[in-house]
Design a protein around this ligand. Structure first.
Ligand code: ATP
Ligand code: ZN
Ligand code: MG
Length: 301
């Protein structure tokens, strides 16, 4: 199949979003949201029977995220909700004249909330609290607005973006089969949307020098794959989905047990909703009426 090369990504971004005064944060137009709504519906049609659905808010417990080990791996990406604490007079003194000085901002202190950096973190403690899993493990469909303090804002790298995930919790066999099936299904998904892609082994953006070793080991163990689609360039395609195997990390952290009483393994398949929508516009152009028939039908646009 011949695909149009993604061109003029800047003018596409200009047509789809309004800037909001800071990098990587945009007002999304109705044109963009039509593609998002189509993707939401299409992804829901892939939902396996018995899957439990959660919509998480954009904030989560700071303690839970700390316990998940996030600060060891990605402290540089995390955003924390901070507020002014204290009596009325103290707060009044800090904010009077705000704008001229930064005093009020330096007086902020952390609350017990962080901005969710991925959709699946709040799920594990909920599942752990329910006791042992059933015989065949369990699947979940989770959605969240996520925040990451990214260090660059090329097209498709937002500070605030939407993530949808299917998560599998069970034995290692359950999770590996789930991930394998989804890597096959993702090819169908990209084909029906007429998106050019490749699936490649990947590593997470771990922090610092020690992080480089963690990334090497993650690739060696094939814990992460990504579906890559050209958005900014053919040479550096953009990760629009990821397929992750966490082994027993969350099972051990939260004490999740399989029906047989073993530590549960977990895995997730993440859809970067804003990136998938942007990839559609980058590939097929901004006029939805001109998109390939199979994509328009699949997305009902
Ligand atoms: P990247 O490879 O771009 O650094 P990642 O490997 O950190 O992303 P994951 O943690 O696997 O990404 O997140 C799941 C999915 O969420 C990604 O495949 C991507 O589609 C989307 N995503 C991640 N970070 C961003 C972002 N800053 N803006 C938009 N979408 C994002
Ligand atoms: Zn996940
Ligand atoms: Mg990546």
């Amino acid at each position: 199949m011949n695909y149009a090369a993604p061109t003029q990504i800047e003018s596409i971004v200009h047509a789809l979003f309004e800037p909001m005064g800071t990098g990587g944060v945009y007002a999304r137009t109705s044109r963009f949201e039509r593609a998002i709504d189509g993707l939401v519906g299409l992804i829901s049609r892939y939902r396996a029977p018995q899957t439990e659905v959660f919509k998480f808010p954009p904030v989560m417990s700071r303690k839970q995220l700390e316990r998940s080990g996030y600060l060891k791996s990605f402290p540089h990406l995390l955003g924390c909700v901070s507020c002014l604490h204290g009596q009325e007079t103290e707060i009044r003194a800090l904010v009077d004249g705000a704008g001229a000085s930064q005093d009020w901002a330096s007086a902020l202190s952390a609350t017990d909330l962080v901005l969710a950096p991925a959709a699946c973190y709040p799920l594990y403690p909920i599942v752990a609290a329910r006791g042992r899993l059933g015989e065949s493990g369990q699947q979940f469909d989770v959605t969240c607005d996520c925040f990451r303090h990214e260090s660059s804002y090329e097209a498709g790298r937002f500070q605030s973006f939407r993530m949808r995930e299917y998560v599998c919790i069970g034995s290692p066999e359950h999770v590996l089969a789930f991930r394998h099936d989804w890597m096959e299904r993702a090819k169908e998904f990209a084909d029906v949307l007429a998106l050019p892609y490749r699936i490649a082994s990947a590593s997470d953006p771990f922090f610092g020098r020690a992080g480089k070793l963690m990334a090497v080991s993650q690739v060696e163990q094939e814990l992460k794959f990504e579906l890559l689609i050209p958005v900014n360039s053919q040479q550096n395609p953009t990760a629009c989905m990821s397929f992750n195997y966490h082994r027993d990390h969350f099972g051990t952290t939260w004490g999740i047990e399989t029906a047989a009483g073993n530590v549960a393994h977990t895995g997730c398949v993440a859809f970067g909703m804003d990136r998938l929508a942007l990839a559609l516009f980058a590939t097929h152009g901004i006029d939805l009426q001109k998109w390939p028939k199979s994509a328009r039908e699949a997305l009902s646009v």
